[in-house]
Design a protein around this ligand. Structure first.
Ligand code: IMP
Ligand code: MG
Length: 175
């Protein structure tokens, strides 16, 4: 079985969109400090790219959650593997997520973060698959809304592969 990747969103388009969103964040948080809360591993590229475009004081923290068993099949159960390192009380938190699919991961994480009383809590998602939503989540900054296709690249994986692609693509298999 051969896997070929078809480009859905190219690098230049992603870069431009990240610049637009960074400009919005810089304006909204002028004079304040923010924490980019990266959901590992899928959001690591986006978090780094976005952080470089942020001009207000910024910190980065990392959380690991697991929701997907293997391949494209979701287990539906979210589990915390690694919590944030820093105390998030009274901080301006922007959660950085690669993609919102069913919404289960984000709703679990938001409930967890709210218990620590952050000053503000926003959500950035590079991709949104609205058709797949099971749990309602409010996304403050959306990169792109996409149809119900399994995508890889720019941090997103298929069985841990393809995270390093510089674009968002769809796997096409010819067997
Ligand atoms: P949710 O809890 O169903 O919203 O799932 C969110 C997580 O599932 C994301 O953070 C991704 O890690 C993974 N995921 C969902 N859709 C895709 C996809 O199309 N490609 C790769 N990973 C995906
Ligand atoms: Mg993820």
């Amino acid at each position: 079985m051969n896997e070929k990747i078809k480009v859905m969103i190219d690098e230049e388009t992603i870069k431009k969109r990240l610049e637009e969103i960074a400009t919005q964040i810089n304006r909204e948080f002028a004079g304040q400090e923010i924490v980019l809360a990266c959901v590992l591993k899928g959001s690591v590229f986006i978090t780094c790219e976005l952080a470089k475009l942020i001009t207000v004081p910024v910190k980065m923290d990392f959380v690991t959650l697991s929701s997907y068993g293997s391949g494209t099949i979701s287990s539906g159960v979210v589990r915390m593997v690694k919590d944030f390192d820093e105390d998030i009380k009274d901080k301006n938190i922007i959660v950085i997520e690669d993609i919102v699919d069913s919404g289960r991961t984000l709703s679990y994480l938001f409930n967890h973060i709210k218990k620590s009383n952050p000053r503000s809590l926003k959500l950035f998602a590079l991709l949104d698959k609205p058709e797949r939503r099971v749990v309602n989540v409010n996304i403050d900054y959306i990169g792109f809304s996409i149809p119900d296709k399994f995508v890889v690249g720019y941090g997103l994986d298929y069985d841990q592969k393809y995270r390093n692609l510089s674009y968002i693509g769809v796997i096409e298999t010819d067997q």
